[in-house]
Design a protein around this ligand. Structure first.
Ligand code: UGA
Length: 439
């Protein structure tokens, strides 16, 4: 099938490449010519493991191409995915202006029937509004719409696309359903979850909000563990063993971040407000997550002996999680900002996110960056681990000792080996263990 994907951001590119991999002919369209030029030169404007190789493989055999010519893409493709951004506006609502701009451009240029599938994360009933926009702008063409939200985790997106738990497909007629089945034909039938459009749109918000709630819950259990003298690692493993709970998203940490959970949970709340429904669970997940960063700062300050001004902190990890260069709503960045306001000096390291972090932190002074972990550690009073890059697990403790001035480690991801560190004479503070309690 020939498929056009509008928007070459994270979702559009991963989906385009993966749809090409499963056998379709894909044209990725973006109005930014510089992005198209980059992609035609086989360069990626985003960071995602394995994507560059796959893109090259599929572009070389012409299964995927990149263009800024929407009219041409619409001429050769009957199916169009919209995968543009829906950022948060000042009130917390999803900003849908890019969606409607694309819809009106499609309407203007389409000459024959189209199925327009919204992949961007949008509030329930947006697809209907897209359909109305398409039809009112061009009554000569028969437009159908469908919802097909994505469940791709940054750093794991190709695997998530290729081996999904489910593929959510919201449509309103048999013809659209048949096309959706054809697009996803290579996947087992049980993976395809057909429903109506509004439900499909709400499923996306529900999953992200539920997972954010799960993370918020385990973080609160970590606080209980610290206070009561229990161990969060065992607690998390045990409750996850109950199949009704499940192991995933039960790692405590500095709070959830990224471009999705914080934005989508707020957007769901905005939808509820519009509907005059109250969602107290969601509200408390938002407030407890925003409180969490202050709690982490307090933990670091207390580990430092109650005063952080003038202290030199080696800060390992800037991305909102491992395997990405994304620093949007990164707890690490928020914590660094607070610590520098308190007068701490930071030398940070990350395996992929330093360039983005420099932009995010440009207005803050007292922040340097290490070429590698050990350079960041040079002369530090304290070490903070904020992102769970697996390599930080393998720090050479002799080198750490030689580089650092102090012997205090605060591990906000429970990544390091407590016993090994204590044997080496470090004071080790992690998340959710009594020995770490800083009360
Ligand atoms: C999330 C969802 O997992 C994807 O299914 C979805 O497609 C995507 O949002 C989206 O809406 O586009 P992502 O933002 O890449 O994916 O990140 P996650 O791996 O879900 O992690 C989100 C946050 O929760 C991170 O800050 C992470 O560190 C935190 N987290 C996650 C924890 O603190 N503990 C955990 O056990 C799991």
């Amino acid at each position: 099938m020939r498929i056009a994907i509008i928007g070459t951001g994270y979702v559009g590119l991963v989906s385009g490449v993966c749809l090409a991999k499963i056998g379709h002919e894909v044209i990725c369209v973006d109005k930014e010519q510089s992005k198209i030029d980059m992609l035609n030169a086989r360069q990626l404007p985003i960071y995602e493991n394995g994507l560059a190789e796959l893109l090259k493989e599929l572009a070389d055999i012409e299964k995927i191409s990149f263009s800024s010519d929407l009219a041409h893409a619409l001429q050769v493709c009957d199916v169009v995915f919209i995968a543009v951004g829906t950022p948060q506006d000042e009130s917390g609502k999803a900003d849908l202006s890019a969606i409607f701009l694309v819809a009106s451009e499609i309407a203007l240029r389409a000459k024959a029937d189209k199925l327009v599938i919204v992949k961007s994360t949008v509030p329930p009933s947006t697809c209907y509004r897209v359909r109305d926009c398409l039809k009112s702008s061009n009554s000569k063409v028969n437009f159908r719409v469908a919802s097909n939200p994505e469940f791709l985790r940054e750093g794991n997106a190709i695997a998530d696309f290729m081996a999904p738990d489910l593929i959510v497909l919201g449509s309103e007629d048999e013809a659209s359903r048949a096309i959706l089945n054809e697009i996803y034909l290579p996947f087992a039938k049980e993976k395809l979850f057909h429903t109506d459009i509004i439900t499909a749109e709400l499923i996306k918000y529900s999953i992200n909000s539920f997972l954010a709630t799960k993370v918020g819950f385990i973080n609160q259990m970590a606080d209980c563990c610290e206070s009561l003298g229990a161990n969060i690692k065992d607690l998390s493993r045990a409750i996850g063993q109950d199949s009704r709970v499940g192991h995933k998203f039960l790692n405590p940490g500095p709070g959830f971040g990224g471009s999705c959970f914080p934005k989508d949970i707020l957007a769901l709340l905005a939808v509820a407000k519009e509907q005059q429904i109250s969602l107290p669970i969601i509200e408390s997940v938002i407030s407890s997550n925003s409180e969490r960063c202050h709690l982490m700062v307090k933990k670091i300050v207390m580990a430092a002996g109650g005063k952080i001004e003038g202290k030199k902190i080696a800060f390992l990890g800037l991305a909102f999680k491992a395997e990405t260069d994304d620093v949007r709503y990164s707890p690490a960045i928020r914590i660094i900002k607070e610590l520098t306001k308190l007068g701490a000096k930071i030398t940070a390291h990350d395996y992929a996110a330093i360039a983005n972090a420099k932009i995010e932190l440009k207005e803050f002074s007292g922040i340097g960056f290490g070429q590698d972990e050990y350079e960041a550690l040079d002369d530090a009073d304290l070490l903070v681990v904020a992102t769970e890059w697996p390599n930080y697990r393998n720090l050479d403790l002799a080198k750490v000792k030689a580089a650092m001035k102090g012997r205090i480690i605060i591990d906000l991801r429970n990544l390091l080996d407590e016993k090994a560190l204590e044997n080496q004479g470090f004071a080790y503070y992690s998340i959710g263990r009594r020995s770490d309690s800083l009360k």
